[in-house]
Design a protein. Structure first.
Length: 379
């Protein structure tokens, strides 16, 4: 099948969750035998059109260049569809996008809308208030139009799409590259270079340090555990680089995504300490597909996270990891103490985590689900 995948505000290659998602889905579908044309954002130093990872990449721009004007890429997408004549169009949802779905509708091509962030308003939404002030609610009308125009939708949480679109929405989850993220990538020399003491348990957080990622909770737990010489904390992401303050560990700053598999495998415990109270949108439910959790698991790490669906379904208590009460640094510290003191528990949970993510949460499994939806709408 010839597929055009529109994600024109994403930069590929890149290190954000969005750019990783687009890369993995595009090359995953190409690996299943499809001809994939991915439309992403123009990047200085990279060709506008190239063949890489088995995918034809088309890098485009629009004016004004801010992503709020992404919808202005529609004419470019229409020209691509006219030339390529795909059997299906996919678009990564963004409220100010829609260029792929609407171009497909105009051309009579089946379309699939990937909804990874809410297409409805959450309680207390500023965007909803501004929309209401405009009286005709242009933002809601646009996203509802996109959901109506799409032949089908996929989403990690069905509740984040409008009610009328839920019957044609398929629930899918993100995943991990289980070949790249693998326990065999562990490196003793990397641990030493990071300052991990011999025999210590390295606890890892990786992410973009947004408030709801819960870095403040993990750091508070780390300070409680500062007297323990057998625990060392690593934080990958964020702007700061250097020794930690008040606990044993280090902030690594932003790292190239290509370095992450070795870093993750070289740790002993992965933590995803989300604090959902810091993001109002999460009142709708935890729709954020937890890429870091899948990558911890694929690397064979026991994973510690909060007791919130679907996180507690992905990481099951005493099976793939352990849970702590959201926002409770003291409870998180106790959980980490338990893991630090029990190597056999860490080994068992890590092995089971690897097996579960390979079976259920790989990018290969994700692309298989996407392929099934695409075949149905294109038949």
């Amino acid at each position: 099948m010839r597929i055009v995948y529109v994600a024109s505000d994403q930069r590929v290659p890149g290190s954000t969750g969005g750019s990783v998602h687009v890369l993995e889905v595009a090359r995953g579908l190409a690996g299943r035998g499809h001809e994939v044309h991915a439309v992403v954002h123009r990047e200085d130093g990279l060709p506008d059109d190239e063949q890489s990872e088995g995918v034809a990449w088309h890098r485009i721009a629009w004016s004004p260049g801010h992503r709020l004007f992404r919808f202005r890429a529609r004419a470019t997408v229409e020209r691509l569809l006219h030339v390529l004549r795909p059997q299906a169009v996919m678009e990564r949802y963004y409220n100010f996008g829609g260029e792929g779905i609407l171009a497909a509708e105009k051309a009579g091509i089946p379309s699939l809308l990937e909804v990874n962030s809410p297409a409805i308003d959450h309680p207390g939404s500023v965007k909803a208030l501004l929309d209401a002030l405009a009286v005709v609610r242009p933002l809601r009308r646009r996203r509802e139009r996109l959901c109506r125009s799409a032949s089908a939708l996929v989403s990690p949480l069905v509740e984040i799409v409008p009610g009328f679109a839920r019957p044609k929405t398929v629930k899918v989850s993100w995943g991990a590259n289980v070949d790249a993220f693998h326990p065999s990538r562990r490196r003793a020399e990397l641990r030493a270079a990071l300052g991990v003491p011999e025999g210590a348990v390295a606890v890892l957080f990786m992410g973009s340090f947004r408030p709801w990622h819960g870095v403040h909770v993990l750091e508070a737990a780390a300070r409680r555990l500062a007297p323990r010489a057998d625990l060392y904390f690593l934080f990958a992401g964020g702007k700061e680089v250097g020794a930690a303050e008040g606990y044993r560990g280090r902030r690594l700053g932003r790292l190239p995504y290509a370095r992450m598999p070795e870093l993750v495998a070289s740790a002993d415990v992965g933590v995803a300490p989300y604090d959902t109270r810091r993001l109002r949108q999460l009142r709708l439910g935890f729709y954020w597909s937890p890429l870091k959790i899948f990558e911890y698991m694929a690397s064979g790490l026991p994973t510690v996270t909060i007791r919130v669906p679907p996180l507690d379904e992905i990481v099951r208590e005493e099976h793939e990891g352990l849970h702590f009460d959201e926002g409770d640094a003291a409870h998180l510290a106790r959980v980490l103490e338990r893991l630090a003191g029990d190597a056999s528990l860490r080994a068992r949970l890590g092995s089971q985590a690897r097996a579960r993510v390979v079976e259920r949460y790989s990018w290969a499994r994700h692309c298989e689900q996407i392929e099934d939806v695409l075949r149905k709408i294109a038949s």
